[in-house]
Design a protein around this ligand. Sequence first.
Ligand code: ADP
Length: 411
Amino acid sequence: MEPTTSLSLNETDDYLSPGSRVKTRILLIDDDEAYCFLCKRYLRSDDSFQHTVISAGTTAEALAICAVDTFDCIVIDYRLPDMMGTEVIKMLREKMGHTMPPTIVFTADGGEEAAIEAVRSGANDFLAKRNVTQQSLCRAVKNTIEKGMLRKSLMSRVKELEAANQLLIKRNDEIKRFYHTVSHEVKTPLTAIQEFVAIVADGLAGPIEEEQKTILTYALESCEQISTHFNDLLELSRFETGKMTIDPKPCSIHDVFDHCVVAATPASVAKGITLTVNDQLQLPLVMMQSNRIIQVLSNLINNAVKFTDSGGSVTVDSELIDGGRLLRLSVRDTGCGIPETDTGKVFDRLYQVNPANDQQNGPGMGLGLSIASEIVALHGSALEVESELGVGSVFSFCLKTATDEDLLQVA
Ligand code: ADP
């Protein structure tokens, strides 16, 4: 469309067309007054928007206007008398930050270089000045404004999510602090109760009947259970605050197996479960803090016994992999298995697949695997699970075998 010059150049900058079109504010930065006038006329005929167009002929003028006014879109000439349009965009962005509206650059002849430069400066679109028509300008402004609106709503959504996330982090910290404080505060009086009950149960405070002794023994067992739970909570909070460290040394895995078998045999025998450790002869020493690995294996074996019915089996296997650099340990059971949807969650703090049923299988708070996976992580591995519902589960992790250097260091 050819320029129409019948209207006066002094026509007002602000134009509000009638109807219910969306109201927008456009800043037009171009020193060519006639061209500005023409663009305003083009924009005025837009069907979708009521554009209020403000024009500026120089960089200084544009900066001054932007300091006091807000816009939905900036249309700027690539070459201004005092500066390149792309430079002005950068300056405005620095000043306005995330409130900078989307921009369109008029390139003189549609040259590729100017277009690339425009996009690099952060412009959303560019138009070859000499080919600008009423349709192409209105379309470009409409698209750019819509993109800007979308960006704005995305940004406000991101802000909302960030705020929600911060709140969750805060709440999570509060919960962690709470259970750390409670566990800590309860530990001392609980230990005192245990001591006093033990004194009475042992007859040190005077003779007691057999029935009273039985009752006090139950009381002691309950105290022991509570104490275990609070110790688990305290331990987990030490992992979470990074206060838990390990000191791995070359150690025998056979000793760990022996320890775990002795500890798990009474429960497996009582439940009629076959506990087997396929202890290969002469496995190399592995790098570990053995009391911690005993804790992990015992937890896995206890769980396996806990979630396997009478007549089932629990098997501990060891296998050298990765050319002998790693020892893979696994605990396999023929128990109830874990639903596929839960296998990823069982390592989460306080997670139990079926809390009501789990309680029937024995005490637990859903902390054991969480602590075990932290210990395994400190040993540079990951605790993994494979499970099939009604068939059984396999929990496994790896330990590094001791190198000659490791052995020399302790020699
Ligand atoms: P808890 O100490 O309460 O047993 P854990 O963290 O050790 O908690 O285990 C989390 C959950 O994972 C358990 O409540 C149980 O539902 C499931 N689970 C763990 N080990 C097994 C297993 N060998 N077979 C079936 N389910 C298991």
